[in-house]
Design a protein around this ligand. Structure first.
Ligand code: NAD
Ligand code: TYD
Length: 350
Protein backbone atom coordinates (compact mmCIF):
# COMPACT_ATOMS: atom_id res chain seq x y z
CA UNK A 1 0.00 0.00 0.00
CA UNK A 2 1.31 3.46 -0.93
CA UNK A 3 0.97 5.95 1.89
CA UNK A 4 -0.12 9.49 1.00
CA UNK A 5 -0.23 12.21 3.64
CA UNK A 6 -2.96 14.79 3.02
CA UNK A 7 -2.53 17.83 5.27
CA UNK A 8 -5.55 19.92 6.26
CA UNK A 9 -7.89 17.02 5.46
CA UNK A 10 -10.40 18.07 8.12
CA UNK A 11 -10.95 21.44 6.44
CA UNK A 12 -13.28 22.46 3.65
CA UNK A 13 -11.36 21.47 0.51
CA UNK A 14 -9.15 18.91 2.26
CA UNK A 15 -12.15 16.84 3.36
CA UNK A 16 -13.34 16.54 -0.25
CA UNK A 17 -9.85 15.54 -1.37
CA UNK A 18 -9.57 12.93 1.41
CA UNK A 19 -12.99 11.46 0.57
CA UNK A 20 -12.15 11.28 -3.13
CA UNK A 21 -8.77 9.61 -2.55
CA UNK A 22 -10.05 7.15 0.09
CA UNK A 23 -12.92 6.02 -2.14
CA UNK A 24 -11.12 6.06 -5.48
CA UNK A 25 -7.77 4.61 -4.47
CA UNK A 26 -8.24 1.59 -2.17
CA UNK A 27 -4.54 0.76 -2.67
CA UNK A 28 -3.48 4.04 -1.06
CA UNK A 29 -3.32 4.46 2.66
CA UNK A 30 -4.57 8.01 3.20
CA UNK A 31 -3.23 9.73 6.31
CA UNK A 32 -5.15 12.89 7.14
CA UNK A 33 -2.69 15.08 9.05
CA UNK A 34 -4.51 17.97 10.70
CA UNK A 35 -4.12 20.14 13.81
CA UNK A 36 -7.91 20.64 14.09
CA UNK A 37 -7.82 24.41 14.39
CA UNK A 38 -11.17 26.22 14.48
CA UNK A 39 -11.43 25.38 10.72
CA UNK A 40 -10.79 21.65 11.11
CA UNK A 41 -13.90 19.55 11.53
CA UNK A 42 -13.73 15.76 11.55
CA UNK A 43 -17.50 15.64 11.17
CA UNK A 44 -16.75 16.44 7.51
CA UNK A 45 -15.34 12.92 7.14
CA UNK A 46 -17.81 10.79 9.10
CA UNK A 47 -18.59 8.73 5.99
CA UNK A 48 -14.98 7.59 5.48
CA UNK A 49 -13.56 7.56 9.00
CA UNK A 50 -13.93 3.79 9.34
CA UNK A 51 -12.50 2.95 5.92
CA UNK A 52 -9.56 0.51 6.03
CA UNK A 53 -7.34 2.83 4.03
CA UNK A 54 -7.98 5.95 6.13
CA UNK A 55 -6.06 7.15 9.16
CA UNK A 56 -6.31 10.42 11.10
CA UNK A 57 -3.11 11.90 12.54
CA UNK A 58 -3.50 14.81 14.93
CA UNK A 59 -0.45 16.99 14.30
CA UNK A 60 0.46 20.64 13.88
CA UNK A 61 2.66 21.46 10.89
CA UNK A 62 4.35 24.24 12.85
CA UNK A 63 5.85 21.53 15.11
CA UNK A 64 8.95 20.47 13.13
CA UNK A 65 9.92 17.58 15.42
CA UNK A 66 6.42 16.12 15.37
CA UNK A 67 6.21 16.38 11.57
CA UNK A 68 9.55 14.59 11.16
CA UNK A 69 8.40 11.86 13.52
CA UNK A 70 5.12 11.41 11.60
CA UNK A 71 6.96 11.16 8.26
CA UNK A 72 9.47 8.69 9.68
CA UNK A 73 6.62 6.54 11.04
CA UNK A 74 4.44 6.50 7.90
CA UNK A 75 7.15 6.69 5.20
CA UNK A 76 4.78 8.43 2.74
CA UNK A 77 5.54 8.41 -0.99
CA UNK A 78 3.28 11.40 -1.59
CA UNK A 79 2.15 14.55 0.17
CA UNK A 80 -0.88 16.66 -0.77
CA UNK A 81 -0.48 19.81 1.29
CA UNK A 82 -3.64 21.80 1.99
CA UNK A 83 -3.25 22.73 5.68
CA UNK A 84 -3.29 26.49 5.99
CA UNK A 85 -4.82 29.46 7.67
CA UNK A 86 -7.19 30.41 4.86
CA UNK A 87 -9.36 33.41 5.76
CA UNK A 88 -8.24 36.84 4.48
CA UNK A 89 -10.14 38.77 7.19
CA UNK A 90 -8.43 36.76 9.94
CA UNK A 91 -5.06 37.44 8.29
CA UNK A 92 -5.75 41.17 8.57
CA UNK A 93 -6.55 41.00 12.28
CA UNK A 94 -3.85 38.43 13.14
CA UNK A 95 -1.13 37.85 10.52
CA UNK A 96 1.28 35.82 12.67
CA UNK A 97 -0.74 32.59 12.58
CA UNK A 98 -0.54 32.84 8.77
CA UNK A 99 3.23 33.25 8.84
CA UNK A 100 3.59 30.33 11.22
CA UNK A 101 1.28 27.82 9.54
CA UNK A 102 1.49 28.83 5.89
CA UNK A 103 5.20 29.59 5.68
CA UNK A 104 6.98 27.80 8.53
CA UNK A 105 4.54 24.87 8.45
CA UNK A 106 5.18 24.38 4.73
CA UNK A 107 8.95 24.46 5.23
CA UNK A 108 8.63 21.88 8.02
CA UNK A 109 6.80 19.58 5.60
CA UNK A 110 9.36 20.17 2.84
CA UNK A 111 12.19 19.36 5.27
CA UNK A 112 10.46 16.22 6.50
CA UNK A 113 9.84 15.01 2.92
CA UNK A 114 13.41 15.78 1.91
CA UNK A 115 14.82 13.93 4.91
CA UNK A 116 12.51 10.92 4.50
CA UNK A 117 13.10 10.55 0.76
CA UNK A 118 16.82 11.30 1.11
CA UNK A 119 17.51 11.83 -2.59
CA UNK A 120 15.47 8.85 -3.75
CA UNK A 121 12.95 10.89 -5.67
CA UNK A 122 11.62 8.12 -7.95
CA UNK A 123 7.86 7.65 -7.35
CA UNK A 124 7.76 10.49 -4.80
CA UNK A 125 5.74 13.68 -5.00
CA UNK A 126 5.17 16.77 -2.86
CA UNK A 127 2.05 18.59 -4.03
CA UNK A 128 1.47 22.08 -2.70
CA UNK A 129 -2.09 23.41 -2.99
CA UNK A 130 -2.20 27.17 -3.34
CA UNK A 131 -4.45 30.05 -4.30
CA UNK A 132 -4.88 32.48 -7.19
CA UNK A 133 -4.66 35.29 -4.62
CA UNK A 134 -0.83 35.14 -4.88
CA UNK A 135 -1.14 36.92 -8.25
CA UNK A 136 -2.70 40.01 -6.67
CA UNK A 137 -5.64 41.93 -8.06
CA UNK A 138 -6.82 42.31 -11.66
CA UNK A 139 -8.50 45.32 -13.22
CA UNK A 140 -11.70 44.88 -15.16
CA UNK A 141 -10.09 42.73 -17.85
CA UNK A 142 -7.38 40.07 -18.16
CA UNK A 143 -6.63 36.77 -16.47
CA UNK A 144 -4.07 35.17 -14.19
CA UNK A 145 -1.75 32.79 -16.07
CA UNK A 146 0.84 30.44 -14.59
CA UNK A 147 3.42 32.99 -15.75
CA UNK A 148 1.77 36.01 -14.09
CA UNK A 149 4.18 37.72 -11.66
CA UNK A 150 3.30 37.33 -7.98
CA UNK A 151 1.86 40.45 -6.37
CA UNK A 152 0.14 39.42 -3.11
CA UNK A 153 -1.63 42.14 -1.14
CA UNK A 154 -3.06 40.56 2.01
CA UNK A 155 -1.13 38.80 4.78
CA UNK A 156 -2.96 35.61 3.69
CA UNK A 157 -1.92 35.83 0.04
CA UNK A 158 1.60 37.00 0.98
CA UNK A 159 2.03 33.97 3.24
CA UNK A 160 0.77 31.63 0.50
CA UNK A 161 3.05 33.32 -2.08
CA UNK A 162 5.96 32.84 0.29
CA UNK A 163 5.18 29.15 0.67
CA UNK A 164 4.90 28.73 -3.13
CA UNK A 165 8.36 30.29 -3.54
CA UNK A 166 9.82 27.96 -0.93
CA UNK A 167 8.30 24.89 -2.60
CA UNK A 168 9.83 25.95 -5.94
CA UNK A 169 13.14 26.69 -4.21
CA UNK A 170 13.26 23.10 -2.84
CA UNK A 171 12.67 21.82 -6.39
CA UNK A 172 15.47 23.88 -7.92
CA UNK A 173 17.92 23.65 -5.03
CA UNK A 174 17.50 20.08 -3.80
CA UNK A 175 15.61 18.43 -6.66
CA UNK A 176 12.61 17.67 -4.41
CA UNK A 177 9.83 16.40 -6.74
CA UNK A 178 7.17 19.07 -6.34
CA UNK A 179 4.08 20.26 -8.16
CA UNK A 180 1.92 23.32 -7.37
CA UNK A 181 -1.59 24.43 -8.26
CA UNK A 182 -3.23 27.82 -7.76
CA UNK A 183 -7.00 27.76 -7.57
CA UNK A 184 -9.76 30.36 -7.55
CA UNK A 185 -12.50 30.67 -4.88
CA UNK A 186 -14.19 27.39 -4.00
CA UNK A 187 -17.77 26.88 -2.85
CA UNK A 188 -19.83 23.85 -1.87
CA UNK A 189 -20.65 21.60 1.10
CA UNK A 190 -18.61 21.82 4.32
CA UNK A 191 -17.50 25.40 3.72
CA UNK A 192 -16.87 27.12 7.05
CA UNK A 193 -19.54 29.83 7.53
CA UNK A 194 -17.05 32.68 7.90
CA UNK A 195 -16.61 32.76 4.10
CA UNK A 196 -19.05 34.69 1.90
CA UNK A 197 -21.36 31.98 0.49
CA UNK A 198 -21.95 29.81 3.58
CA UNK A 199 -22.11 32.92 5.78
CA UNK A 200 -24.84 34.35 3.54
CA UNK A 201 -26.78 31.06 3.40
CA UNK A 202 -26.74 30.83 7.19
CA UNK A 203 -27.75 34.44 7.70
CA UNK A 204 -30.52 34.38 5.09
CA UNK A 205 -31.96 31.29 6.72
CA UNK A 206 -32.01 33.09 10.08
CA UNK A 207 -33.36 36.34 8.61
CA UNK A 208 -30.18 38.19 9.58
CA UNK A 209 -28.43 40.97 7.65
CA UNK A 210 -26.01 39.85 4.91
CA UNK A 211 -22.86 41.99 5.19
CA UNK A 212 -21.48 43.06 1.80
CA UNK A 213 -18.10 44.78 1.87
CA UNK A 214 -17.93 48.15 0.09
CA UNK A 215 -20.28 48.30 -2.88
CA UNK A 216 -20.18 44.58 -3.62
CA UNK A 217 -18.36 45.23 -6.89
CA UNK A 218 -15.41 42.92 -6.23
CA UNK A 219 -15.26 39.97 -8.59
CA UNK A 220 -14.39 36.36 -7.75
CA UNK A 221 -14.17 33.28 -10.02
CA UNK A 222 -16.11 30.49 -8.25
CA UNK A 223 -15.42 26.76 -8.61
CA UNK A 224 -17.38 23.89 -7.08
CA UNK A 225 -15.21 22.21 -4.43
CA UNK A 226 -15.52 18.70 -5.90
CA UNK A 227 -14.22 20.04 -9.20
CA UNK A 228 -11.20 21.38 -7.35
CA UNK A 229 -10.73 17.94 -5.74
CA UNK A 230 -10.88 16.36 -9.22
CA UNK A 231 -8.27 18.84 -10.47
CA UNK A 232 -6.04 18.04 -7.47
CA UNK A 233 -6.38 14.33 -8.31
CA UNK A 234 -5.32 15.04 -11.93
CA UNK A 235 -2.38 17.27 -10.97
CA UNK A 236 -1.18 14.85 -8.27
CA UNK A 237 -1.16 11.90 -10.69
CA UNK A 238 -0.37 13.49 -14.05
CA UNK A 239 1.16 16.93 -13.40
CA UNK A 240 4.75 17.55 -14.48
CA UNK A 241 7.39 17.89 -11.79
CA UNK A 242 8.29 21.50 -11.02
CA UNK A 243 5.18 22.61 -12.90
CA UNK A 244 2.38 24.95 -11.83
CA UNK A 245 -1.28 24.56 -12.86
CA UNK A 246 -3.95 27.25 -12.53
CA UNK A 247 -7.41 25.95 -11.63
CA UNK A 248 -10.52 28.07 -12.12
CA UNK A 249 -14.21 27.91 -12.86
CA UNK A 250 -14.32 30.49 -15.67
CA UNK A 251 -17.21 31.76 -13.60
CA UNK A 252 -16.88 35.40 -12.57
CA UNK A 253 -19.42 37.10 -10.35
CA UNK A 254 -19.50 40.41 -8.56
CA UNK A 255 -20.29 39.79 -4.89
CA UNK A 256 -23.56 41.69 -5.14
CA UNK A 257 -24.82 39.74 -8.18
CA UNK A 258 -23.84 36.48 -6.53
CA UNK A 259 -25.69 37.37 -3.32
CA UNK A 260 -28.77 38.46 -5.30
CA UNK A 261 -28.80 35.10 -7.09
CA UNK A 262 -28.36 33.31 -3.77
CA UNK A 263 -31.24 35.30 -2.24
CA UNK A 264 -33.47 34.26 -5.15
CA UNK A 265 -32.54 30.59 -4.74
CA UNK A 266 -33.09 30.79 -0.97
CA UNK A 267 -36.50 32.45 -1.42
CA UNK A 268 -37.53 29.52 -3.65
CA UNK A 269 -36.12 26.84 -1.35
CA UNK A 270 -37.58 28.39 1.81
CA UNK A 271 -40.95 29.14 0.20
CA UNK A 272 -40.52 32.88 0.72
CA UNK A 273 -42.00 35.49 -1.58
CA UNK A 274 -39.43 36.55 -4.23
CA UNK A 275 -37.46 39.60 -3.05
CA UNK A 276 -37.77 38.78 0.68
CA UNK A 277 -34.15 37.72 1.30
CA UNK A 278 -32.66 40.54 -0.80
CA UNK A 279 -33.94 42.98 1.82
CA UNK A 280 -31.33 41.52 4.18
CA UNK A 281 -28.44 42.84 2.05
CA UNK A 282 -26.47 45.40 4.05
CA UNK A 283 -23.46 47.29 2.72
CA UNK A 284 -20.71 47.51 5.35
CA UNK A 285 -17.20 49.00 5.61
CA UNK A 286 -14.90 47.60 2.95
CA UNK A 287 -12.13 45.09 3.71
CA UNK A 288 -8.69 46.75 3.98
CA UNK A 289 -6.72 46.27 0.75
CA UNK A 290 -9.69 44.46 -0.82
CA UNK A 291 -8.54 42.86 -4.10
CA UNK A 292 -10.86 44.00 -6.89
CA UNK A 293 -10.93 41.00 -9.19
CA UNK A 294 -9.57 37.48 -9.56
CA UNK A 295 -9.94 35.51 -12.81
CA UNK A 296 -8.06 32.38 -13.76
CA UNK A 297 -7.00 31.03 -17.12
CA UNK A 298 -6.91 27.24 -16.68
CA UNK A 299 -6.11 26.35 -20.32
CA UNK A 300 -2.90 24.53 -19.31
CA UNK A 301 -4.73 22.20 -16.93
CA UNK A 302 -7.50 21.56 -19.46
CA UNK A 303 -5.28 20.91 -22.47
CA UNK A 304 -2.42 19.06 -20.76
CA UNK A 305 -4.29 17.07 -18.11
CA UNK A 306 -7.79 16.90 -19.61
CA UNK A 307 -9.60 18.44 -16.63
CA UNK A 308 -12.96 20.22 -17.01
CA UNK A 309 -15.33 21.52 -14.32
CA UNK A 310 -18.35 19.21 -14.09
CA UNK A 311 -20.91 21.73 -12.80
CA UNK A 312 -22.03 25.19 -13.81
CA UNK A 313 -22.68 27.75 -11.07
CA UNK A 314 -26.39 27.59 -11.87
CA UNK A 315 -26.25 23.89 -10.95
CA UNK A 316 -23.69 24.09 -8.14
CA UNK A 317 -25.19 26.96 -6.14
CA UNK A 318 -28.69 25.43 -5.63
CA UNK A 319 -26.97 22.10 -4.89
CA UNK A 320 -24.89 23.84 -2.21
CA UNK A 321 -27.97 25.50 -0.70
CA UNK A 322 -29.70 22.09 -0.62
CA UNK A 323 -26.72 20.61 1.23
CA UNK A 324 -26.78 23.32 3.90
CA UNK A 325 -30.54 23.05 4.36
CA UNK A 326 -30.29 19.26 4.66
CA UNK A 327 -27.34 19.41 7.06
CA UNK A 328 -28.61 21.66 9.82
CA UNK A 329 -26.77 19.61 12.44
CA UNK A 330 -23.45 20.25 10.73
CA UNK A 331 -24.17 23.98 10.59
CA UNK A 332 -25.45 24.11 14.17
CA UNK A 333 -22.40 22.23 15.45
CA UNK A 334 -20.06 24.59 13.59
CA UNK A 335 -21.79 27.76 14.71
CA UNK A 336 -22.09 26.56 18.32
CA UNK A 337 -18.53 25.21 18.50
CA UNK A 338 -19.89 21.71 19.22
CA UNK A 339 -17.87 20.21 16.35
CA UNK A 340 -14.72 20.69 18.38
CA UNK A 341 -16.00 18.07 20.84
CA UNK A 342 -16.29 15.51 18.06
CA UNK A 343 -12.59 14.69 18.05
CA UNK A 344 -12.70 13.99 21.77
CA UNK A 345 -15.74 11.76 21.48
CA UNK A 346 -14.58 9.97 18.38
CA UNK A 347 -10.91 9.45 19.12
CA UNK A 348 -9.93 10.17 22.71
CA UNK A 349 -12.79 8.60 24.62
CA UNK A 350 -12.54 5.28 22.79
P1 NAD B 1 -9.85 25.57 5.69
O1 NAD B 1 -9.52 26.78 6.51
O2 NAD B 1 -11.28 25.17 5.53
O3 NAD B 1 -9.09 24.30 6.28
C1 NAD B 1 -7.75 24.35 6.68
C2 NAD B 1 -7.42 23.04 7.39
O4 NAD B 1 -6.03 23.09 7.77
C3 NAD B 1 -8.23 22.82 8.68
O5 NAD B 1 -8.63 21.46 8.76
C4 NAD B 1 -7.23 23.15 9.78
O6 NAD B 1 -7.47 22.43 11.00
C5 NAD B 1 -5.91 22.74 9.14
N1 NAD B 1 -4.77 23.46 9.72
C6 NAD B 1 -4.66 24.80 9.90
N2 NAD B 1 -3.48 25.09 10.51
C7 NAD B 1 -2.84 23.90 10.68
C8 NAD B 1 -1.59 23.54 11.24
N3 NAD B 1 -0.77 24.46 11.76
N4 NAD B 1 -1.23 22.24 11.23
C9 NAD B 1 -2.05 21.28 10.70
N5 NAD B 1 -3.27 21.57 10.20
C10 NAD B 1 -3.65 22.87 10.19
O7 NAD B 1 -9.15 25.82 4.28
P2 NAD B 1 -9.65 25.48 2.82
O8 NAD B 1 -10.53 26.56 2.36
O9 NAD B 1 -10.10 24.07 2.77
O10 NAD B 1 -8.27 25.61 2.01
C11 NAD B 1 -7.39 24.51 1.90
C12 NAD B 1 -6.17 24.92 1.08
O11 NAD B 1 -6.60 25.35 -0.22
C13 NAD B 1 -5.40 26.08 1.68
O12 NAD B 1 -4.03 25.84 1.49
C14 NAD B 1 -5.86 27.29 0.88
O13 NAD B 1 -4.84 28.26 0.82
C15 NAD B 1 -6.11 26.66 -0.47
N6 NAD B 1 -7.14 27.32 -1.31
C16 NAD B 1 -8.37 27.61 -0.79
C17 NAD B 1 -9.33 28.19 -1.61
C18 NAD B 1 -10.72 28.48 -1.11
O14 NAD B 1 -11.53 29.06 -1.85
N7 NAD B 1 -11.10 28.08 0.08
C19 NAD B 1 -9.02 28.50 -2.93
C20 NAD B 1 -7.75 28.19 -3.42
C21 NAD B 1 -6.82 27.59 -2.59
P1 TYD C 1 -14.19 35.28 1.04
O1 TYD C 1 -15.24 34.21 1.01
O2 TYD C 1 -13.65 35.72 2.36
O3 TYD C 1 -13.02 34.82 0.05
P2 TYD C 1 -11.72 35.66 -0.49
O4 TYD C 1 -11.57 36.90 0.29
O5 TYD C 1 -10.61 34.69 -0.26
O6 TYD C 1 -12.01 35.91 -1.94
O7 TYD C 1 -14.79 36.57 0.33
C1 TYD C 1 -15.28 36.51 -1.01
C2 TYD C 1 -15.64 37.92 -1.40
O8 TYD C 1 -16.75 38.35 -0.60
C3 TYD C 1 -14.54 38.95 -1.14
O9 TYD C 1 -14.57 39.91 -2.18
C4 TYD C 1 -14.93 39.57 0.19
C5 TYD C 1 -16.43 39.53 0.16
N1 TYD C 1 -17.11 39.37 1.46
C6 TYD C 1 -18.19 40.21 1.78
O10 TYD C 1 -18.56 41.11 1.01
N2 TYD C 1 -18.80 40.03 2.98
C7 TYD C 1 -18.41 39.07 3.87
O11 TYD C 1 -19.01 38.97 4.97
C8 TYD C 1 -17.33 38.21 3.52
C9 TYD C 1 -16.86 37.13 4.47
C10 TYD C 1 -16.71 38.38 2.29
Amino acid sequence: MKTIIITGGAGFIGSHVVRRFVNKYPDYKIVNLDALTYAGNLENLKDVENANNYQFEHADITDAAKIKEVFARYQPVGVVHLAAESHVDRSISGPMAFVETNIIGTVNLLNAARETWNGEWEGKRFYHVSTDEVYGSLGETGFFYETTAYDPRSPYSASKASSDHLVRAYYHTYGLPVVISNCSNNYGPNHFPEKLIPLAIHRIQNNEEIPIYGKGENVRDWLYVEDHAAAIDAVFHKGGLGETYNIGGNNEWTNIDLIRLLCKIMDQKLGREEGTSEKLITFVKDRAGHDLRYAIDSTKLKTELGWEPSLTFEEGLPKTVDWYLANQDWLNHVTSGEYQNYFKQQYQER
